[in-house]
Design a protein around this ligand. Structure first.
Ligand SMILES: NC(=O)c1ccc[n+]([C@@H]2O[C@H](COP(=O)([O-])OP(=O)(O)OC[C@H]3O[C@@H](n4cnc5c(N)ncnc54)[C@H](OP(=O)(O)O)[C@@H]3O)[C@@H](O)[C@H]2O)c1
Length: 248
């Protein structure tokens, strides 16, 4: 699909991967809208970006999502790309924690249920556009979980399954809306600090891979060494699991 002259919403666009996605979309001549929960962080990000509007909105709060969707329909009726990027992860070992179910619920709310809610609410608008896309940001751990990211990996595996079936469905019912899945490996952001994120790839590389994949209509985007782990997970799921847990 075309990667210029779009109107793009990036959830969680005030930092990390979302910020770099917003920056690259803006540089390529797209109108960009970013969201986040922290007003100062959002304003600071908007000041560093061109062609970008910031809207304070928590993806896990249905009322705030409704407000966001109303605002987009009113002020950005040409919206044609939605990037479900905002994410949440807890890093811990199963058995060490007494509130694992609460952590899992939070991860599911942010990583799985929020993209579904926003997608459902924006689909009528997307269907009206000549060409549109939904990009769900999952992770390498959707294929092979790391033992300290057990419930996070499960939430991304759920998002992966949903994304595949959404693509299958829309191919028949709304072929103008393409469904992409962006699967980064370890990326150097605030989010990944606790898991050695400084050894990860720069977020800019993730953004460049997304823009290239959009242009080529490559729907499953295996960024960096996600490509290798994905292939390994097909040929030997046990080896892929071992590789993802080699550090401990
Ligand atoms: N970094 C990695 O190694 C890595 C690897 C694979 C996949 N991913 C995925 O990539 C995505 C982005 O990760 P990142 O590393 O860029 O994270 P990050 O550096 O922590 O940035 C997260 C962004 O999302 C916003 N955000 C968080 N929760 C939100 C909520 N409930 N509603 C709205 N905005 C929210 C944050 O702003 P506020 O805090 O102000 O809301 C911030 O702008 C996530 O889905 C993550 O799972 C990351």
């Amino acid at each position: 699909m075309n990667t210029t002259n779009n109107t793009v919403l990036v959830t969680g666009g005030s930092a990390g991967i979302g910020f770099e996605l917003a920056a690259l979309f803006a540089e390529k001549g797209n109108q960009v809208i970013i969201t986040g929960r922290d007003e100062h962080r959002l304003k600071t990000a908007v000041a560093r970006l061109k062609n970008t509007t910031g809207i304070l909105s928590d993806v896990t709060d249905p009322a705030q999502v409704d407000e966001l969707v109303t605002r987009i329909n009113k002020d950005f009726p040409g919206l044609n790309i939605v990037v479900n990027n905002a994410g949440k992860a807890y890093y811990y070992k199963l058995g060490d924690e007494i509130d694992v179910a609460e952590k899992a619920a939070e991860e599911m709310q942010t990583n799985y249920l929020a993209p579904i809610r926003l997608t459902e609410k924006l689909l009528p608008l997307l269907k009206r556009q000549k060409e549109a896309a939904i990009v769900n940001v999952s992770s390498i751990v959707a294929f092979a979980p790391g033992r300290r990211l057990a419930t996070y990996a499960a939430s991304k595996a759920a998002l992966h399954a949903y994304t595949r079936t959404l693509r299958l469905t829309l191919e028949k019912t709304a072929p103008n809306v393409r469904v992409f899945e962006l699967m980064p490996p370890l990326v150097n952001t605030e989010f990944s600090k606790v898991i050695g994120g400084e050894n990860g790839i720069p977020p800019r590389q993730v953004a460049e891979d997304l823009l290239k994949a959009l242009a080529e209509n490559n729907y499953e985007i295996h960024v960096g060494n996600t490509a290798y782990v994905y292939q390994l997970s097909l040929s030997s799921p046990a080896e892929a699991l071992k590789l993802m847990n080699a550090a401990e």
